[in-house]
Design a protein around this ligand. Structure first.
Ligand code: CTP
Length: 229
């Protein structure tokens, strides 16, 4: 009931600047090929739409995604391809942001030197040398002001709590949203998600399987409790 009342007020996040990263990143191999992942961008996009509806100014930094996005005067969408481009856009906006939500499935590795020309097939095997991509949430976590809050996601298939807790600490987050593709119809690609929220003070909240729109509202409700009250 409390959550229901909360969403009646469309000015709750008035004056707040929220930045959301979403979708996969594509790391070029050559002009026509890339390394990517199966993220649809849906969770981050739903968060951006719901935050704008609650009055926040939202910058959505979105990797390649075919998902349609509600247009809203408070929602600014910035399209990027690679992790480096995503980091560059986040850094540009960093100082004005009140709340960062890192929902992107950033590729951990990129091709060290992508070919300028299309790679031709030969008789021998092809080897790609991969180097580490920047960690966007970690970069912000290390440099953010104490009044800026940071929320992350952890997609784990094993040792859920342990792994989530170590990401939360390492990346200096206020809470981390845990989901696992092992729950049916949850996480990557689906319209529904089953999450738990792990706060930095140790509180753990468990939620039922819901549509990503409803999950977005639960997450924003937690952010409101932290920042706007
Ligand atoms: N993240 C990020 N930049 C990266 C990698 C991750 O901003 N290069 C963010 C994600 O958006 C997410 C959180 O960090 O909010 C955790 O991402 P995840 O991929 O689960 O963690 P990793 O640190 O990459 O660990 P691993 O892949 O080994 O589980």
């Amino acid at each position: 009931e409390i959550v229901k009342d909360f969403f009646k007020d469309s000015n709750l996040f008035c004056q707040k600047n929220i930045l959301i990263t979403a979708g996969p990143t594509y790391e070029a191999i050559d002009p026509v090929r890339f390394i990517g992942n199966r993220s649809s961008g849906k969770m981050g996009i739903r968060l951006a739409e719901e935050a704008a509806k609650l009055g926040a100014h939202v910058d959505l930094i979105l990797g390649p995604s075919n998902e349609s996005i509600l247009s809203h005067s408070l929602l600014n969408v910035i399209r990027v391809e690679s992790a480096q481009q995503m980091l560059d856009e986040v850094t540009k906006l960093q100082s004005k942001i009140d709340c960062f939500i890192f929902a992107a499935a950033v590729a951990d590795y990129k091709v060290e030197s992508p070919s300028q020309e299309k790679i031709k097939k030969t008789e021998i095997n092809l080897e790609l040398h991969l180097t580490k991509n920047p960690d966007i949430a970690l970069t912000i976590g290390k440099s953010k002001r104490s009044d800026q809050i940071s929320i992350g996601f952890a997609l784990e298939t094993e040792n859920l709590f342990e792994n989530a807790k170590s990401k939360l600490d390492k990346k200096n987050m206020d809470f981390i949203v845990m989901n696992t593709p092992k729950v049916k119809n949850s996480a990557f690609g689906f319209d529904t998600n089953q999450i738990s929220i792990y706060h930095k003070d140790g509180r753990i909240l468990e939620f039922e399987l819901k549509t990503k729109k409803e999950v977005a509202k639960d997450i924003l409700h937690e952010i409101y409790q932290l920042q706007c009250r």
